[in-house]
Design a protein around this ligand. Structure first.
Ligand code: ADE
Length: 283
């Protein structure tokens, strides 16, 4: 069966490479896996749900690509270690890592429980750190490599998702630190920051969030959601030699949304009267 992904990049660009994609069983991760496989990479898909992984690995196989999968909860250090045992035993090396896995739920900040907060921060920030650290210690320190992390459009905060925005801002900073610390080993590490993307991730939000999402679309200067392929293209670019001198950088894929936004209604409230501080008493 022919390769079906219509990538903008050169066929064979990743021939002979192994690239590990977390969250590769659904949504944006699935699209990235398909595109990289269509360009010659062997993709290792990691996520918590075997069914999703096997379905995507099957799709890639049917399209003429090469994929394998491994169940892993990236929050758990031992499971991350086991994932790298698998990758290195099966493939003998690792050229690229896409830390796409993550998750969150919508909630006003004051209603997020410590348990919910920890779950989101551990999945997004700690999970990404554990994956980066294991990739470096187990292979990239001695062989070099390329890492791409996943952010969100959190540049001015993200009302309604305080936990995830804080975690992703942490990933952005981690990306910068690692770019410097690991440059000596020939490792490049960058991030992508998708805005509102039409992907399966959106289906997990409750029906009540629909109006907010629709308003968010109207607030995007390009007046549409992005596509999974548009995120994948940026990830593939960062993995490719075209980005050989780029490290510690984050690419926004958000239709200019982060440059203009009104997503959180602030009602008239009269709670910040100027007479709260009249330090200078002269007329
Ligand atoms: N996708 C979402 N959360 C995940 C996790 N904790 N581990 C792996 N993949 C995930």
């Amino acid at each position: 069966m022919p390769i079906t992904y219509r990538s903008i990049f050169r066929p064979g660009l990743f021939d002979g490479q192994t690239i590990l994609i977390t969250g590769g069983g659904t949504g944006i991760g699935r699209a990235i896996a398909h595109e990289l496989a269509s360009l010659g990479a062997h993709v290792v898909l990691a996520a918590r749900t075997l069914e999703d992984l096997e379905r995507v690995a099957g799709e890639i196989g049917e399209a003429g690509g090469s994929a394998s999968c491994f169940v892993c909860n990236i929050r758990e250090e031992e499971q991350v270690a086991a994932l790298f045992d698998f990758v290195l035993a099966e493939r003998g090396g690792l050229h690229g890592l896409v830390n796409n896995a993550g998750g969150q739920f919508i909630s006003p900040a004051e209603m997020i429980s410590p348990k919910g907060w920890r779950a989101v921060v551990e999945t997004n920030l700690t999970g990404t750190f554990l994956m980066c650290r294991e990739a470096f210690n187990r292979h990239m320190n001695s062989h070099g490599g390329v890492i791409v992390n996943m952010l969100m459009e959190m540049w001015r905060g993200f009302p309604g998702m305080a936990h995830s925005a804080a975690a992703r801002a942490g990933i952005e900073n981690l990306t910068k630190t690692l770019a410097v610390e690991w440059a000596r080993a020939g490792v490049r590490i960058n991030a992508v920051a998708p805005g509102l993307i039409a992907s399966s991730g959106l289906e997990h939000y409750p029906e009540a969030a629909r109006p907010m999402i629709e308003q968010n679309v109207r607030d995007i200067p390009m007046k549409r959601m992005g596509t999974e392929a548009e995120v994948s293209a940026a990830v593939v670019f960062l993995l490719s030699p075209a980005a050989a001198f780029i490290s510690g950088e984050s690419i926004k894929i958000d239709g200019a949304a982060s440059l203009w936004r009104k997503t959180w209604e602030v009602p008239e409230h009269g709670r910040h009267a100027p007479d709260e501080y009249l330090g200078f008493g002269l007329d």
